[in-house]
Design a protein around this ligand. Structure first.
Ligand SMILES: [Zn+2]
Length: 128
């Protein structure tokens, strides 16, 4: 399997793994520049790395022109990146036959200028 043609140009070294962790109640919030905790509203948030291996909770193949700059079909998934935090993101696979529910994922690529955007994932097995 190859996903090389889906890899962002800046490679995998810059990972968009920051979340906000509430010092009051321990809830994770994404993105890390949130105004306050999504659970208790406290602004005592610390930026922390992704606390778990991302897990694929759902996925769908989109065949229409729904995402500017991307050629359909594209695979979009719901990925749990922290307890209770599920983000919709592009899944870097050729097609969804490579995916199964609850499989471990890894984050790849983000705009180096903004760690909160461009979040993508691929199956952990795709690691070299
Ligand atoms: Zn909180």
């Amino acid at each position: 399997m190859t996903t090389a043609n889906l890899m962002p140009a800046w490679g995998v070294d810059h990972l968009p793994t920051l979340l906000a962790h509430c010092r009051q109640c321990g809830t994770y919030t994404f993105p890390s520049n949130a105004w306050g905790c999504r659970q208790c509203g406290a602004d005592t948030l610390a930026k922390v790395p992704m606390p778990q291996t991302p897990v694929l909770r759902n996925f769908i193949t989109l065949h229409g022109d729904v995402v500017p700059g991307l050629t359909p079909p594209v695979v979009v998934g719901e990925v749990e990146i922290a307890p209770g935090v599920v983000e919709e993101a592009l899944i870097a696979v050729a097609d969804e036959s490579q995916l199964t529910l609850d499989m471990p994922m890894e984050a790849i690529g983000a705009d180096p200028a903004d760690t909160q955007r461009g979040l993508r994932f691929r199956p952990l097995e795709a690691q070299r």
